[in-house]
Design a protein around this ligand. Sequence first.
Ligand code: SIN
Length: 479
Amino acid sequence: MRDLVLSRGLINGEWVEAIDGKQVEIVNPSTGAIITAVPDMGKEESEAAVIAAHTALQDWRKTTAKYRAGLMKKWFDLMVENADGLAKLLTSEQGKPYKEAYGEVMYGASFIEWFAEEAKRMYGDVIPAANPNNRYMTIKQPVGVVTAITPWNFPIAMITRKAAPALAAGCTVVIKPGEDTPLCALAMALLAEKAGIPKGVINVVTTSRPAEVGDVLCRHPLVRKVSFTGSTPVGKLILRQASETVKKVSLELGGNAPFIVFEDADIDKAVQGALISKYRNAGQTCVCTNRLYIHDAIYDQFLEKYTQAVSNLIIGDGLVDGTEIGPLINQKAIDKVAQLVRTAVEQGATLTLGGNISDVGQQFYQPTILTDVTEEMDIAHQELFGPVSTLFRFNDEDDVVRRANDTPFGLAAYFYTQDHARVWRMSEALEYGIVGINEGIISTEVAPFGGVKESGCGREGSKYGIEDYLEIKYLCHGI
Ligand code: SIN
């Protein structure tokens, strides 16, 4: 892993310090140990990175899709070769268990492979002309310089989900990784460099001042597209900033995922689905289950099995074999989760399991279950981003659909039933971009990921994921 730990940013093919030499320390959330320090960059470095990306764009956009796909394939191969080192680095800076981190490396790599293949399928059209003296065509061209503002919860996959379609389309990128987790981004950029991706095509700006850097990356006139994964309030700010120069914007924002278990569900399957959907990455994913709606008829049975399964989860340092739940990312995250649980209990929820900081360490929160939760409580309307399950009761399909949809968010929803007619009714009625049907894990590079309502716009992955990085140009040929 040591050869993947880098302490400089990447601008125009140069591994650089911040102009004023300032650095920010990167801390392992499990142990509190400092892994290394990276440059604390600001406005000037961000502008330099955008200009570098714009300069590199002039040649990169003219390369063939086959050429770009070849380089991306090498990048993919290097990621797979270095999967163990990358996974250890990921666990060290982000905290998720090694097994999950390894899974994320392979998931992240899959976007590079997928979009390398998709690069060669960016077809235009020949359109039947409305006039005998004309011929109509469309071609697809890269949008231009893309800025990718990525979160700390998936420090590899959220980069490749943006950078891979951008590069495949012929765009160049400036990446601003999450403040807590820049090391995976730098390691990925190193592997891209080793794969032969030319200088300036990928740039990485590290910082502890996201607002200052984000202001440049979302407003600079040379940037033509912003792709962001993170919170809804920041997404709204980015949308406003990008609107000044009418950039394309993709936003993958917050969620409030319902997980609905009907009376006819396979309960063991539903327990396993809820467990993985809720407690993956210690509950720190945008698609994590946020509200469990359990039918009255099976509520007690589900709760007993679920409580048993959750209480068996092993909490600890992600680099220790067998760990299933790592730390939360930082103290602020711990404070937020602890406060949400406290308030829920004050408002009448019952603490069935957990509810405290773990003995393992200050940054670990016990896997927790709250029952008797109602929509009147604050916790029903917050994205938890922690290892806390909230259980609601229901006894009517229309009622649970109304309650599941009663949120400004619309990223992921899940439901368990064996009734095929209900599968279709529910799939159509849920106002979400992604629906898991008898399945708690929905992420894959081949399917479109994204939300509706205040959960964002645009789709990542799949055949749709490259479209946001392309412009359609209509050619009208007079003959
Ligand atoms: C996210 O939490 O933003 C991404 C989750 C995933 O890709 O599964």
